[in-house]
Design a protein around this ligand. Structure first.
Ligand code: SAH
Ligand code: SF4
Ligand code: F3S
Length: 458
């Protein structure tokens, strides 16, 4: 057996891709290792969304080159692979700055990894070979999903399942349409089959993924009609043994009435929605080419709350977008106060090469961005803490996923996506159990396991 080490940066779609890459390497006798030192193949599955993420790759690569050289002296070959969105966006730059990288492969081409490894160049390479020099960043006509192994071998308690790829929205700050390519949806039957496999492999929860997951419109083979996300959710909810269903990330423009209504009708659909708004200023939303304004967003949230009053709402925010004034930023704070978030992510605007906003005249000073980020995060933290505090004393079903870093504790997620710690044995990992919430921290809850007879378990 050869060993493969993989590190994933960035979004959940990359984590899903990493699992699929590992599965595609199994027939080539590769086994996953947690120790990079003993790896015959190292894959860095990269993210290009902000400058920091991309920079991190080059510092990691420097260290890996030293490791590759050390292993070479000991007579071992190491195939160094850069996959993911930096590979797609900066394939040539990687070859220039890190010529010792063997394979550069994009997010829509990684199904060809086994093929590359079976070429004579790789097969015949002895430990002295410095690089295979393969760059595969095409957007192939064929879909990677048609070429990946049909059976899912790996699964987590909470499993990711990509149903939609790419993005056609072209927000002016964002690299995703360039790194992941045009929007496309997987056929319904492929998704249902994969979900069934994940559940029979032990998944209790499935999180459907796409950069624009609610723009999903996949072909349903039966009568060649196209299904939206709502219809797909109803279908998946029928899978025996599936306890929880979620989807992410949604765009406000694609929150149709049928999807909103599904939140009141599907039991296994969890009361949590990540719906990024990015800014509370309509002027900035326009400059961002978001194609929705704050009223559209608020209407969606109000509709959702009228159907599912307890729904937890989450968002992403960018501060310091080019041209953002103090007044625009104040509008963002006011909007956060108006909506009330259960949790949220916020970022300083990062100029990305090739995106329209990067060359905008009015870039915001780093110091101003820092100050705004701090202020926004303080408000969002306060809201998250308040949301968590409201749950203290309640009994909630928790899906336990892994051991906690605290002694004798395991951790899982509430229906509202909160991280919950409780004293319990590892046997409960993979199960949903009722927990009484005793304490709310800003980013997690602590609770006490309830006897199984205490009623509803989600
Ligand atoms: N498809 C999703 C999320 C895309 S990327 C959506 O449409 O909302 C995840 C988040 O990263 C974005 O929501 C945005 O808040 C942030 N982001 C994207 N590009 C960025 C940039 N150039 N600078 C800072 N944050 C960025
Ligand atoms: Fe990026 Fe906008 Fe597409 Fe989201 S919708 S992936 S932010 S371009
Ligand atoms: Fe990053 Fe690519 Fe995801 S840029 S956020 S890994 S789609």
């Amino acid at each position: 057996m050869k060993k493969v080490f993989i590190k994933s940066y960035g979004c959940q779609m990359n984590h899903y891709d990493s699992e699929r890459m590992l599965e595609s390497l199994t027939p080539l006798a590769f086994q996953q290792t947690e120790s990079v030192e003993e790896a015959d193949m190292v894959i860095l599955n990269t993210c290009h969304i902000r400058e920091k993420a991309a920079d991190k790759l080059f510092s990691d690569l420097g260290r890996l080159n030293q490791l590759k050289n050390r292993r070479q002296q000991q007579g071992h070959k190491t195939v160094l692979t850069v996959a993911g969105c930096v590979a797609q966006a900066e394939g040539e730059e990687i070859q220039k700055r890190a010529p010792y990288v063997d394979i550069v492969i994009g997010p829509q081409a990684y199904h060809r990894l086994p093929q590359i490894l079976e070429t004579p160049a790789y097969q015949n390479a002895d430990e002295k070979i410095s690089t295979l020099g393969v760059v595969d960043t095409e957007f192939p006509i064929e879909s990677k999903f048609d070429h990946l192994p049909k059976n899912r071998s790996k699964t987590n308690v909470s499993a990711f399942l990509t149903i939609q790829e790419g993005c056609d929205k072209f927000c002016t700050f964002c690299v995703v349409p360039y790194t992941r390519g045009a929007e496309s949806s997987r056929p319904v039957s492929d998704i249902v089959k994969e979900a069934q496999q994940l559940v029979s492999n032990g998944a209790q929860e499935i999180i459907l993924l796409g950069q624009n997951v609610n723009a999903y419109h996949g072909i349903a083979e039966k009568n060649a009609e196209s299904w939206g996300l709502a219809r797909l959710l109803y279908e998946l909810a029928e899978i025996d043994g599936l306890r929880r269903l979620r989807y992410t990330t949604s765009h406000p423009l694609d929150m149709g009435d049928d999807l909103i209504k599904a939140h009141g009708k599907i039991d296994v659909l969890m009361p949590y929605l990540h719906l990024p708004v990015q800014s509370g200023s309509n002027r900035i939303l326009k400059l961002m080419n978001r194609r929705h304004n704050t009223n559209d967003y608020e209407r969606v949230i109000n509709q959702l709350r009228s159907i599912r009053p307890d729904i937890a709402v989450s968002s992403d925010f960018i501060v310091g977008f080019p041209g953002e004034t103090d007044q625009d930023f104040k509008e963002t704070l006011a909007f956060v106060n108006k909506i009330g978030y259960a949790q949220a992510f916020s970022f300083k605007y990062s100029a990305r090469p090739g995106t329209p906003a990067a060359t905008h005249d009015h870039q915001v000073d780093e110091i101003v961005k820092d100050r705004r980020l701090q202020e926004l995060q303080a408000l969002l933290d306060q809201q998250q803490h308040d949301f968590n505090q409201k749950i203290v004393g309640q009994i909630i079903p928790v899906l336990f996923e892994k051991t906690s870093r605290y002694d004798h504790q395991i951790q899982g997620r509430s229906p509202y996506m909160q991280l919950v710690h409780a004293i319990a044995t590892n046997e409960l990992i993979g199960h949903i159990r009722n927990v009484r919430v005793d304490l709310a921290h800003p980013h997690s809850l602590v609770g006490t396991l309830q006897p199984v007879s205490s009623g509803y378990t989600g």
